[in-house]
Design a protein. Sequence first.
Length: 309
Amino acid sequence: MNTLWNDSLSGFWSAWIIVITLGTIAFSAWILFANRKTDKAPDAEGNVETTGHPADEIEEYDNPLPRWWFHLFVGTILFSLVYLVLYPGLGNFAGLLGWSQEGQWEEEVARAEERFTPIFAQYQEVPIPELARDGEAMQVGERIYQNNCAVCHGANAQGGYGFPNLTDDDWLYGGEPENIVTTLERGRNGLMPSWQQLGEANIENLTQHVLALSDLEHDAESAEQGASLFASVCAACHTPDGTGNQALGAPNLTNDTWLYRAPGQSVADSIRQTLRNGRNGHMPVQQAYIGEERVHVVAAYVYSLRFQD
């Protein structure tokens, strides 16, 4: 922002910018006028002055710029000087018009708020399940989602590695309207500690037990050995039966849905990697960026995704 930049400039750097800027313009003007030529008539023998450096035996006439071209260059120099008088560009000089990027942005935001605040106020009065079936409101919600959420959860809201799919029924913190609103208003921070200290043998036993919880192919004997270890180190968050705890954001381990499974990676390798290294998920607070009234609309849009084919 120009205001922030101007405030940070010392007198030396402000003067430095002014000298460099005006010096460059003056140097350009000097080159233009110093090389200005007038048309010269041929001499008595009909010869015309050339540049003196032929190429392929072809000589180039040393003619001046066309007048319109010369005037165009002069116009650009005059334009630059007028611009620098009216707008910021010369160090700490803010320009006679007092324009700044920050000021223009604030004006545009104020106009947008004046126009759209009544609309969002109307949406705010509608319960999320009802608003989720309002096609016009969901078009608004989708645009806000695409601008603020799609970078992580994808344009189709189906997530990616480490980013939850918002179109299914598997929710780390619950998929009811109040849960979605809380996520947007407060953000989420999930932590899965590393269990590297258990040793590779125990990590393998835990892996086989977690595979068994989802009825996936596993080593029965190893899974049985991992059951008691799961009860002592994992059940506090994931519950004894592995169905997870939405109050903690602990995922369900029985439904074959894996947040950190990379493309081409086996489920077993994904589980081993999680146990060895742990996981640290972060969902930033969105209310600070989009405002409370837009949180309501986005929550309704996310809630509506479950109704889409």
